[in-house]
Design a protein around this ligand. Structure first.
Ligand code: URP
Ligand code: ZN
Ligand code: ZN
Length: 466
């Protein structure tokens, strides 16, 4: 099929964090070149028209926390780079920020380079990276510089997962924060206090540890302690900090206490911590609902919604880390059940249904949570996260009235199940456009493996905040 160089998305209502506008969007060479009313009427036959009449037009959704094809714990997650990005595209996602692990002996820049190369071969949406840092050693300053030169401006640390080799020693953290501050890198943190978790594991040693024990071994108090400690350390180093997947009311207490003291902190939560509760851990196939931190109580869901409404939580991302049902059910013990669930495809419909649909916030804020803020947080704005002249033409034509039920077989993840099986949603991406190319339309996928581009990330926006 011959592709038109120019395209127009016409007749829709553009939603941006600043408001709504009925206007057409002209796309040239994958970028937005004009926005205005009547552009379609003025355009000649040679310009391809993509009809958005009666629909909303959103900037492409950015899932700021994914683990596609993660090799971990002696296995690999279910979704390949292609499968993860294809499922995501059905949910309107055009960019992900994925995670680069680090093999022993590898420098940070080698780890990122390898990940970029591997992802570039398979992925069908654009991507940036968070690079893990597991140890502090004398080579780190130079490695961080090289990482930045490569276009990776976020590092990821874990205050837990000692067994897996992810936990970073506290002694080196202040130095790491100072180095990242000087280079204007974002530090993202998986925050759970490992000492408390180890104490609780020791207390329950020798017992059966079924899924319902997960919140007992990883209580919200451990999130509170870790968020508080990390926030204070970062503050003492004059460094902003980003907390991933906040899961609990206690964790949110820590965020509020830090903010009250002037700590620069950005917070992300996920649909599962907003919507699912730990009663699922006593039900059928409870292993399918194991992720770290664990699911909490309805009060925690509500506290996190309040955090989103108040603006303390600025980003909703998924922590998509999918395993097949078989992988999940291969253990009964929370020590060894593979942690993580799929979610990229469900992100937009769930946040629209439960956030906008329940009157918690408007469409403009939804766009901020799912597109603009993730782009700003990770130095991708305004190339990504905006409908503006000069931005990449990453667009979602969104039908806010389309009702459907999420089902295991209806989702596109290779996991073969969704933790939201049976959830009713209202609002769905009709068409997903990546750099001007329709990658999903009328339920059909048109994307191609290997067409996703690595995004050279700039300075995270938090460094510009006063
Ligand atoms: O259980 C989870 N969340 N798995 C993915 C890795 C992580 O901790 O983010
Ligand atoms: Zn995590
Ligand atoms: Zn994660």
């Amino acid at each position: 099929m011959k592709r038109a160089m120019k395209k127009i998305v016409c007749g829709g209502t553009i939603v941006s964090p600043g408001g709504r506008q009925e206007a057409d969007i002209l796309i040239e060479d994958g970028k937005i070149s004009a926005i205005g009313s009547g552009l379609a009427a003025e355009a000649g036959e040679e310009v391809e028209k993509i009809d958005a009449t009666g629909k909303l037009v959103l900037p492409g959704i950015i899932d700021a926390h994914t683990h596609y094809h993660l090799e971990s714990r002696g296995t690999v997650t279910a979704d390949s780079f292609f499968e993860g990005s294809r499922a995501a595209a059905f949910g309107g996602v055009t960019t992900v920020v994925d995670f680069a692990d680090q093999e022993p002996g590898q420098s940070l820049q080698q780890a990122s380079r390898e990940r970029i190369d591997a992802m570039s071969e398979g992925i069908a949406c654009d991507f940036a990276l968070h690079q893990s840092v597991y140890t502090m050693h004398e080579g780190i300053p130079g490695e961080l510089e090289k990482l930045k030169a490569l276009g990776v401006t976020t590092v990821k640390i874990f205050t837990t997962y000692k067994r897996e080799g992810y936990l970073i020693e506290e002694s080196g953290l202040k130095r790491l924060f100072e180095l990242c501050r000087d280079l204007k890198l974002m530090v993202t943190v998986h925050a759970e206090d490992d000492e408390l978790i180890e104490e609780l594991e020791a207390k329950h040693e020798g017992e059966a540890l079924p899924p319902a024990m997960h919140p007992v071994l990883r209580p919200s108090e451990s999130e509170y302690r870790a968020v508080k400690k990390i926030g204070e350390l970062a503050h003492s180093a004059g460094m902003p900090i980003y907390i991933v997947h906040l899961s609990s009311a206690r964790g949110y207490d820590a965020v509020r206490e830090l903010k009250a003291r002037g700590v620069k902190i950005m917070v992300e939560t996920t649909p599962h911590y907003l919507l699912l509760t730990n009663d699922l851990l006593s039900g059928d196939e409870a292993q399918k609902y194991i992720m770290t931190p664990p699911l909490r109580r309805p009060e925690d869901n509500e506290a996190l919604w309040r955090g989103v409404e108040s603006g303390d939580i600025e980003i909703i991302a998924t922590d998509h880390c999918s395993f097949t049902r078989e992988q999940k059910l291969s253990s009964d013990s929370v020590i060894s059940i593979l942690p993580g669930i799929p979610g990229s495809e469900e992100l937009l419909p769930l946040v629209h249904t439960e956030g906008v649909g329940k009157g918690r916030f408007g469409l403009e804020k939804m766009v901020s949570l799912l597109s603009e803020m993730p782009a700003k947080a990770f130095g991708l704005y305004p190339k990504k996260g905006a409908i503006a002249v000069g931005s990449d033409a990453d667009l979602v034509i969104f039908d806010p009235g389309r009702e459907s039920v999420l089902t295991d077989s209806g989702q596109h993840t290779a996991a073969g199940y969704t933790p939201y099986d049976g959830w009713k949603v209202k609002g769905m991406a009709d068409t997903t456009i990546l750099r001007g190319e329709v990658i999903v339309g009328n339920g059909t996928y048109y994307g191609k493996a290997g067409t996703g581009r690595f995004l050279n990330a700039g300075v995270p926006e938090i460094y510009r905040r006063s």
